[in-house]
Design a protein around this ligand. Structure first.
Ligand SMILES: Cc1cc2nc3c(=O)[nH]c(=O)nc-3n(C[C@H](O)[C@H](O)[C@H](O)COP(=O)(O)OP(=O)(O)OC[C@H]3O[C@@H](n4cnc5c(N)ncnc54)[C@H](O)[C@@H]3O)c2cc1C
Length: 437
């Protein structure tokens, strides 16, 4: 009998639950999970953020983002060990090093999750070309989104430009696939190669005592939050009324960092809420969590569809606007010194925790764009630096949307930040809580 060996190239899919790269894993004699230190999302966090070839005055990833990533990788390495497997590490870049590695270990197939974004796509093309040159079979697995194949839903037509059209079409005709439980055991492998961790642990960081929730990377923490939110506090049954809250721990799900890292499957979230509905009854709030998850899908598929246009100043709709590039105004916004109490509070929270509610993000973004008139991509780059849930599609898609250069036909999405503060922070609790840096 021939020895069947699967190499799983790990990307933004740091989990074993509902892990489609491991479908049919029982048919393989060996499994080799491997991460490349030179790959997108791992390398480059300490390099300066850049725009139009110019360095911005901060790094691509903040120390908190770096810590969250390492926690996710530590957790995956531990989970693999518990199943007699290992997380192997290559120090080079995937397009150069993966195929020779796969050939050396006698891989019969290599699988990876398909990414989102032009740089990720370039990376995949390089890997696939090298694998094909070595005659190694490969499979790219689409598992970031609830809907797996929009082409099957929007037959003959293009992806809808407007979210409502997209949502209605999906709700009419698509039933998300059931999540698959993690395999209780994995095929072993012994190999003369480095295993995670191979990099210095990130420096100890003290969590800001003002944080109402601290995100810890990894699958166990993600599932603990999901279970607590849905079945523990049952806050899911009040989501529609609380979702504009900016401060309280359970006003919102806070699941996005794990969804972006892939330590939580979006199908698992959907399925858990559906189970709650079967056991306790559905209401507008339980529906609304799925509604928001479709926004995520919409931005993911839009990004795939439009490629590099996501990063253009003129956006998907090719809108020319006289954007300003005033370094001092940008610094005041970043540091929460604008004089607008809601925006300043949001910027302090972002820097201290790596997280913001959607309401706070919208106001902070609108202020940079519409009040300061600054290039929306500067704001997007600052969010990319800080957000634990940073995802190319949702970040750049939402920024474009508010800047009025995205898919949305409405030209301007200006938020009256003072009116918003009165409405969503009537007692000033949020503004007081995050009043200082
Ligand atoms: C300027 C700006 C930048 C953003 N950047 C990101 C980003 O980099 N990564 C990211 O995941 N989200 C981003 N969002 C979307 C949204 O703000 C976050 O997903 C949400 O605040 C995360 O908190 P939560 O998990 O508690 O969300 P909840 O309110 O509990 O919503 C549940 C889930 O629905 C999805 N969702 C909700 N709203 C949106 C939305 N507007 N767009 C896409 N998905 C949504 C998320 O997966 C979220 O986890 C951005 C929004 C804005 C306005």
């Amino acid at each position: 009998m021939t020895d069947r060996c699967l190499v799983w190239w790990i990307r933004d899919d740091l989990r074993l639950d509902d892990q489609r790269c491991l479908d049919g894993i029982g048919e393989f004699d060996r499994l080799i999970p491997v991460l490349c230190l030179g790959q997108r999302g791992i390398a480059g966090g300490d390099q300066a953020a850049r725009l139009d070839g110019v360095d911005l005055p901060f790094r691509r990833r903040s120390p908190l983002r770096e810590r969250f990533l390492h926690q996710g990788l530590d957790a995956l390495a531990r989970d693999l060990c518990e199943r007699s497997s290992r997380l192997f590490v290559l120090r080079g870049s995937p397009d150069v090093d993966l195929a020779p590695f796969a050939a050396r270990v006698g891989a019969t197939q290599l699988r990876f999750s398909l990414g989102c974004g032009t740089e990720e796509a370039r990376e995949e093309i390089g890997v696939v070309a090298a694998l094909e040159a070595q005659r190694i079979a490969w499979r790219g697995v689409a598992q970031r989104t609830l809907i797996e194949d929009p082409a099957a839903t929007f037959t003959g037509a293009r992806l809808p430009r407007v979210f409502t059209d997209f949502r209605k079409a999906v709700e009419r005709s698509v039933q998300p696939a059931q999540p698959q439980a993690a395999a209780p055991a994995l095929p072993p492998c012994s190999l003369d190669a480095e295993t995670w961790p191979v990099v210095e642990p990130t420096a100890e960081l003290d969590d800001d005592p003002r944080a109402t929730f601290v995100h810890v990377g990894g699958e166990a923490a993600a599932h603990a939050r999901l279970d607590d939110y849905v079945f523990g506090t049952q806050a899911v049954a009040r989501y529609k009324e609380t979702r504009n809250g900016m401060l309280a721990r359970d006003d919102i799900t806070r699941l996005s960092p794990w969804l972006s890292q892939g330590s939580l499957s979006v199908r698992r979230v959907h399925d858990t809420v559906a189970r709650y509905e079967r056991e306790h009854g559905a209401n507008d709030s339980t529906y609304w969590v799925g509604f928001e998850l479709l926004w995520r899908d919409f931005f993911e598929w839009t990004a795939q569809h439009h490629g590099a246009r996501l990063f253009l100043q003129s956006g998907l709709r090719d809108v020319a606007r006289p954007w300003r590039h005033d370094a001092e105004d940008f610094a005041r916004w970043r540091e929460g010194r604008t004089g607008d109490a809601l925006v300043d509070a949001a910027m302090h929270e972002l820097a201290a925790t790596g997280f913001l509610s959607n309401r706070a993000r919208q106001n902070a973004a609108s202020f940079l764009i519409h009040d300061l008139g600054l290039d929306w991509r500067w704001g997007a780059a600052w969010f990319e630096h800080h957000l634990l849930d940073y995802s190319t599609a949702s970040n750049y898609g939402n920024w474009q949307y508010i800047a009025g250069v995205g898919n949305d036909p409405r030209p301007l999405r200006r938020f009256d930040t003072r009116g918003q503060a009165d409405r969503y922070d009537p007692g000033s609790d949020y503004r007081r809580h995050w009043a200082s840096a």
